[in-house]
Design a protein around this ligand. Structure first.
Ligand code: FES
Length: 135
């Protein structure tokens, strides 16, 4: 960046990089449903996504939910009992209900699905279903 600024010597960027152009920027990529769907398929499902900061989960059991519209899913991010932060699909294994509705909080022991009551505990490496009703 410093080299680029030295190179500019008071000139405008478009003088140094005419290929960038000075015309209006097309709005189609920002409003097009088809463009968004291509971005979802070709970019957002294949790259790491920033969903939050470590500081959001200072203690074991702390969690937050991130709804990722670009991936059409909801993610539950949890600091486990072992201190490791992990992310899971925020979905009950029974019938796919959203497991955690709160934006954030601290899991005192179990995440319990509000639909039929399946409950999930925090193991060292996963959410495990530890209580099921026969619904
Ligand atoms: S959908 Fe979660 S317990 Fe049935």
């Amino acid at each position: 960046m410093a080299a680029a600024l030295q190179k500019s010597n008071g000139k405008k960027w478009h003088d140094l990089y005419p290929e960038l152009g000075t015309g209006p920027i097309p709005i189609e990529p920002y409003i097009s449903r088809e463009f968004f769907e291509k971005e979802q398929a070709l970019i957002f499902r294949k790259v790491w996504l920033n969903v939050g900061r470590v500081e959001q989960l200072p203690n074991p059991g702390d969690y937050f939910v991130k709804d990722l519209a670009v991936c059409k899913t909801s993610i539950l991010i949890v600091r486990g009992k072992d201190g490791t932060i992990r992310a899971f699909h925020n979905m009950c294994a029974h019938r796919g209900n959203k497991l955690v509705a709160d934006a954030s909080g601290t899991c005192k022991g179990l995440f319990t699905c509000k639909f039929h009551g399946w409950a999930y505990g925090l193991s060292s490496s996963s959410l495990f279903c530890c209580s099921m009703n026969s619904s």
